[in-house]
Design a protein around this ligand. Structure first.
Ligand code: URA
Length: 213
């Protein structure tokens, strides 16, 4: 089965899982979207008003900023993957509860497993806590960490949530700086892979497509 088909199947399962919390107060499911072959997987918190209306992640004000930051790196939204730890809008945009995060976690893990990204960028405290439960975002933002997640190596870069950057110029500057780390990490990872890979032409093409060379 192709990655696209696997993601479609996963979405269908989430849509049919009546045990999931927050469904009743939401307009619709907001599943992840983007390239199934993405090297970068952005993980946000939960859908807001516009996401709930449109059924797509990061399409409101925070999403516009995310798009801008992705474009500033010379990349395209359609070449990355964008998702959330919670897939239905919490009432009044309140923070997700531990039980809600737990309920969606197996689906988030399966999505990560299908895409198998090189880099996971966590946006905000809740997605960061999935990988690093006991750290403070002010101390670790922009610092990549190579970890093993479900038997695969991945670099996780915690970042502030774009919505926080919309409220503070200082946070926005930090987020912009942290975004530059994504490119650095991808270039380093890809260079290492090209050196050790027989499929270097394919890898180079992918880097070109992502404006990394
Ligand atoms: N904030 C998030 O965390 N996710 C979205 O999809 C939109 C806003």
């Amino acid at each position: 089965m192709s990655k696209q088909d696997e993601l479609a199947k996963l979405k269908d399962e989430v849509d049919k899982d009546m045990t999931l919390p927050l469904r009743d107060g939401a307009t619709q499911l907001v599943f992840g979207e983007g390239s199934p072959d993405a090297e970068i997987y952005f993980l946000g918190e939960a859908p807001g008003y516009w996401e709930d209306q449109k059924g797509r992640p990061f399409v409101g004000q925070a999403g516009k900023l995310l798009d801008q930051l992705i474009t500033e790196l010379g990349m395209k939204r359609e070449n990355v993957y964008i998702s959330n730890v919670v897939r239905f809008r919490p009432p009044e945009n309140r923070d997700p509860l531990p039980a809600e995060l737990e309920a969606f976690a197996p689906y988030v893990d399966r999505e990560i497993d299908i895409i198998a990204p090189n880099v996971i960028v966590t946006l905000g405290r809740y997605s960061m806590a999935k990988f690093f439960p006991d750290v403070k975002i002010s101390q670790v933002h922009g610092k990549p960490r190579r970890i093993r997640w479900n038997n695969k190596e991945v670099t996780v870069i915690p970042m502030y949530h774009p919505a926080a950057a919309l409220r503070s110029g200082e946070v926005l500057n930090q987020l912009r700086e942290d975004f530059k780390v994504i490119k650095k990490v991808l270039i380093e990872d890809n260079e290492q892979e090209i050196e050790s890979s027989e499929q270097s032409e394919e890898k180079k093409d992918k880097m070109e497509q992502m404006a990394l060379v």
